[in-house]
Design a protein. Sequence first.
Length: 275
Amino acid sequence: MDNVKKEMLQKKAAEIRIDIMEMLCEAGSGHSGGSLSIADVFTYLYFSGDLKMDPKNPSLKDRDRVILSKGHACPVLYAALAEKGYFDKSILKTLRKYGSILQGHPDMKKVPGVEISTGSLGQGLSAGVGMALGLRLDNSPVNVFVIIGDGESEEGQIWEAAMSAAHYKLGNLIGILDKNGLQIDGFTKDIMNSEPIADKWRAFGWKVIEINAHDFNEIENAVKQAKEEKNCPVMIIANSIKGKGVSFMENQCEWHGKTPNPEERDRAISELKVY
């Protein structure tokens, strides 16, 4: 990746994180840490040009699909969609408010660009398996990307979907695991240790690529490798920092479902504006 592209993505990621802070402060409820941890991955997916999508035509038949299985982290999805032009950015300030299209979990019937409604943890990967199967039946070149959480990976349905994807050799299915090591009650290793997580995905028949979730070169290389794989599903394990980009939120469990007050919002934004 050349420096011009990397700088563009870094600036866009900072804008998305600022949008997240502003909308969560305005809403007074929502999920900060897990939205920030996956922001660089979302930035790459929506702004690298590596995926096919058209905000003027959200239903484009041959668009790549992006599913946020950990639906509570929807602020990052909403921010990316708004920055991309799926809807006006002013709508971000209506997050979780009565009558808004932007509720606490994404709604495919209300929000342009949302592929499927999510929120009940563990279900997004199953939906991705179904989409990938359907697209293959149509001989479509489209890829399906599913973002899951490491806390979410404690759900049994994740592993049922993992088994199905490998059974059907879904080379058009790419999972991205936001491995930030924290969930609502504490560190994942203490709540329900899933390690060795990479070996488990391999044992279920997936190709595994491990990356730094905040390095755009590594994200790019992983996505390109994943798209080249045609014989099995791919899981990109994105090692991330919960609350990434905001010093007082990083690796702090309390910021899983906590939102910044105006003073904290301003402090966060001042840190993010370095880009």
